[in-house]
Structure formats: structure tokens, C-alpha cells
Design a protein around this ligand. Structure first.
Ligand code: PA5
Length: 457
């Protein structure tokens, strides 16, 4: 039910509180698990067979730690060229931004003399943000990395066109081209054509790797390498997590067990909200990445297996300890339709002791000789306990350190879990048909086919 290993840098995953044996009626039973064992093995074995095709595999995202090794020299060479600039704007949205943002935020590579670059993400359409950038940045010292797998996502295209024009206006076309890099489909799309037409260096997004599964390709690796993240360690973390997920038996494969639990809690136990609550502030954006991965992969209504017509649990963002003062009341007294995934850090690289004088001590005797890490650990322990006592299923992923290595593991763990879960629902976890519908409608709106009230003209 919980995994422990010899490598003390691996994540540990405690799933005990997902089971009825520990939390009572709201949890998964041994019978549920037995009934699913055969299907889990089939799903795992099908994926494993496919993975033999490397970048041509349907599940190419799960072997990027291996297949990207050949491209690391090229990525590093390009990154070194970009690092000559002081400010780097990374333009992209959804899967072309969230993973990189999450890792960058978690690791916050310092701006030091040897690492002087600053990375900023241009994601949501926002005239305020672009105006601020124009006021603040010097075009001579600014580079653009535009990332879009399709090469035609409107939000990205629009902002890239504005920023490209800004460079051209100040530096001329030739120099502007030397300050831009693109990451896109290697064969088609507007961005791919821009690279050819304007002689801009472009790195490829592997064709079989979907946007939200692409952080371990050039999509994430290039900007992360630019900002000083150890991308080899990131891939090593993913590789080591993949290595512990080789078994078709859920007790020996943490991603398979997590998928089974998340799935069973939804379809057998009516837990339709999946709340992720890290007790590590720097994982705030990791939750955004997870929410996109989970929602866009699993929110599908095409499955009729076992009578399930709508798949997927709603992923919900939370943050410990702040949401104890915001959401916890609802978690404890509202409907029992929730499950929780906690993330904690067991070894903080830094800590700050609480300086108490006698006066402070008379009010807070329990804070004597304590530190900030002691306080956050106590907050986590208490919250998990009340959630468990209330009968909510919950699991805990413990990170032994906050590093590229553990982030790589976490990324692989959740990508793998999401794909297994999607296949359990009988849906395709790698498409997003309704998002495509929205993209088409936005184009129709821009073509003036609708007025502002949404009426067809
Ligand atoms: O996961 C996905 O496919 C999406 O979230 C995409 O990443 C997002 O729509 C951006 O697409 P693109 O990279 O083609 O600009």
C-alpha cells in the first residue's frame, strides 16, 4: 500500500488512507482492487509494448527521458546562445507553458553572476503585461522563445506577432530574427513556416507527444536549460520513476496503483473531486500543471464502459497551509465527494528557527526551539489527520528534496498515472476534442460570425 525503496532520493508514496481498511466506508476495498487486477495488467502491458517504438509510440511521452538524450547537446547549444541575452520571453500557452513554469517556479534558479538570465512567461492574452514589458525591457537584450506544437494557437500567435514586430521595429528584420527561437512541429504549421521564411532556429516537438505531456521534450527542456535548471537530472528523475513502474501488478507499480485508486474512488465510491494540496509553496504552479493534465486528459464523455458515460474527476487546486484558512471548513463539513493528494517535503534544504523571547514564550510555549519547518510539518500532519478522521480518502507523495531530480520523478509519476487512468475509463487520455471545438469557434468569432452577445450574424 505504500512504497519504500533503497534509493533515499526517490519519492515515497503513501496510499494507505485511500483504502476502506483505514478510512472506512468511503475508501477502496480489497474486492474493488481484485476485480480490476486483470485489466490493470492488460493496460500496463499494452503500453509497455507500444513504448518499444520510441518516439513513434502512441505513448512517446513516457519514454522522453530516454529518447531526448540524443537531442540534449543541440538543446544545450541553443540554450547557450539564448543565455547571452538578459531577458528571455517564453511565449506559449497550456501544455506549451505550464510544465516549464511549474519546474522553474519550484527550483527558482538564482540570478547569480554565472546565471544572469531572467525568464518571463507570456501566456495569457494581456495588454497590460505586454505594455509593462515594452516599458521595462531593452529590445537589444531581449530574446524570444515561442513555443507551440500546432504552431497556430491564437493566443500564442497574437502575442508572438506583437513581440516580433517590437524587435523588428527597434533592431531591423535581420537582427530581430537572430533574437528569436521557435519550438514547434518539425513539418507543418504557421510557426514552422515562420522559421523557414525568416531563417529562425527551430527545435522540434516530437509528433506523437501531446502538448500537456511535452514538458520533458524541447518544449520544457529548452527554456529550463536556459534558466539554469539541470535538465539531465530532470530526465534522470523521470527515468528512475519509470524504472519503478515496470510491473503490471499495482502493488509493485506506484503509478498503476494510484491510477486504480483514483479511478475506483470515482466510479465505485462517488468521489468526483480530486484535490491536490501541496505543503510546499514552491509547488504552487505544479498544481496548475497537474490540473491541466488531469482535466484535459480525463474530462471526456465518450466512454460507455461499465455504464460510465462521463469520465474524469474534477481536479481542484489547494495549497497548504493557506487553504486551511479558506477551504478546510468545506472539506470537513460539506459533501463526502472528495479525495485528496497531499505533497510534502521531508528534507528542506533551508530552515529558519523561531526567535522567541520570554514574553513570546508565555503566549506560545509550544513554539519553543521550533523552526518554520516544524510549523509547516505540524500543519500538514494535523490537516491530513482531520481529513482522514472525516473519512476522506487521501494519499501523500513525500519528496526527500526539492530538486530537478525529484521534479522529474513527479512529472513522470503523474503523466503515467493519468494515462493509466484514462485507459481504465476507456477513453483516449491524449486528445482534447472539445478544446479543438473552442479554438474553431474563437476563429469564427474573429471572422465576425457572431456578435458580442453570442448571436450568429
Ligand atoms: O495539451 C494540449 O494539447 C493543449 O493544452 C496545448 O498544449 C495548448 O492548447 C497549446 O497548444 P499549442 O502548443 O499547439 O500552441
Amino acid at each position: 500500500m505504500s512504497t519504500s525503496t533503497d534509493n533515499d532520493r526517490l519519492l515515497s508514496i503513501d496510499t494507505c488512507n485511500m483504502y476502506a481498511e483505514h478510512i472506512g466506508i468511503g475508501g477502496v476495498t480489497a474486492e474493488h482492487c481484485q476485480a480490476l487486477a486483470g485489466e490493470l495488467a492488460t493496460i500496463h502491458n499494452d503500453i509497455a509494448k507500444e513504448l518499444g517504438h520510441g518516439l513513434d509510440s502512441e505513448y512517446a511521452c513516457l519514454s522522453l527521458h530516454d529518447t531526448m538524450q540524443d537531442q540534449l547537446d543541440e538543446i544545450s547549444k541553443v540554450a547557450e546562445a539564448i543565455r547571452h541575452f538578459q531577458d528571455i520571453l517564453v511565449i506559449g500557452i497550456g501544455g506549451s507553458s505550464l510544465g516549464c513554469k511549474a519546474i522553474r517556479h519550484a527550483l527558482k534558479p538564482e540570478r547569480r553572476p554565472e546565471n544572469p538570465v531572467s525568464l518571463r512567461f507570456v501566456e495569457n492574452i494581456d495588454p497590460f503585461l505586454l505594455e509593462e514589458l515594452f516599458q521595462e525591457l531593452n529590445p537589444k537584450n531581449t530574446a524570444l522563445i515561442c513555443i507551440s506544437k500546432s504552431g497556430d494557437t491564437i493566443e500564442t500567435v497574437a502575442q508572438y506577432q506583437i513581440l516580433r514586430q517590437w524587435l523588428i521595429k527597434h533592431l531591423g528584420k535581420k537582427q530581430a530574427s537572430k533574437q528569436q527561437w521557435l519550438v514547434t512541429d518539425p513539418e507543418q504549421g504557421w510557426l514552422h513556416e515562420c522559421a523557414r521564411r525568416d531563417n529562425i532556429t527551430a527545435l522540434a516537438v516530437p509528433r506523437k507527444v501531446g502538448g500537456r505531456y511535452s514538458v520533458l521534450s524541447a518544449v520544457g527542456l529548452l527554456p529550463l536549460r536556459v534558466s539554469g535548471v539541470d535538465i539531465q537530472e530532470l530526465l534522470q528523475g523521470a527515468a528512475d520513476n519509470a524504472a519503478r513502474c515496470q510491473s503490471p501488478v499495482s502493488e509493485e507499480n506506484p503509478a498503476l496503483e494510484m491510477a486504480a485508486l483514483y479511478y475506483l474512488l470515482d466510479v465505485e465510491c462517488d468521489k468526483h473531486l480530486s484535490i491536490m494540496m501541496p505543503y510546499v509553496n514552491r509547488l504552487r504552479l505544479f498544481v496548475d500543471w497537474y490540473c491541466q493534465l488531469w482535466a484535459e486528459s480525463l474530462g471526456k464523455n465518450t466512454s460507455y464502459k461499465n455504464g460510465v458515460t462521463a469520465a474524469g474527476t474534477l481536479p481542484v487546486r489547494a495549497m497548504g497551509a493557506v487553504d486551511q484558512h479558506s477551504q478546510l471548513q468545506m472539506y470537513l463539513e460539506s459533501r463526502k465527494n472528495k479525495m485528496f493528494s497531499f505533497i510534502e517535503l521531508t528534507q528542506w534544504q533551508n530552515d529558519i528557527p523561531l526567535p522567541q523571547n520570554d514574553f513570546d514564550h508565555s503566549f506560545f510555549p509550544y513554539l519553543k526551539d521550533k523552526s518554520l519547518v516544524d510549523v509547516i510539518a505540524a500543519e500538514f500532519c494535523a490537516t491530513r489527520q482531520v481529513i482522514t478522521d472525516t473519512g476522506h480518502p487521501n494519499l501523500t507523495v513525500s519528496l526527500p528534496e526539492l530538486s530537478a531530480y525529484t521534479l522529474g520523478q513527479l512529472i513522470d509519476l503523474y503523466q503515467r498515472t493519468t494515462i493509466y487512468t484514462g485507459l481504465l475509463y476507456g477513453i483516449n487520455p491524449q486528445d482534447q476534442p472539445s478544446v479543438e471545438k473552442g479554438k474553431k469557434l474563437a476563429i469564427e468569432c474573429l471572422n465576425n460570425k457572431y456578435d458580442r452577445s453570442g448571436t450568429k450574424t
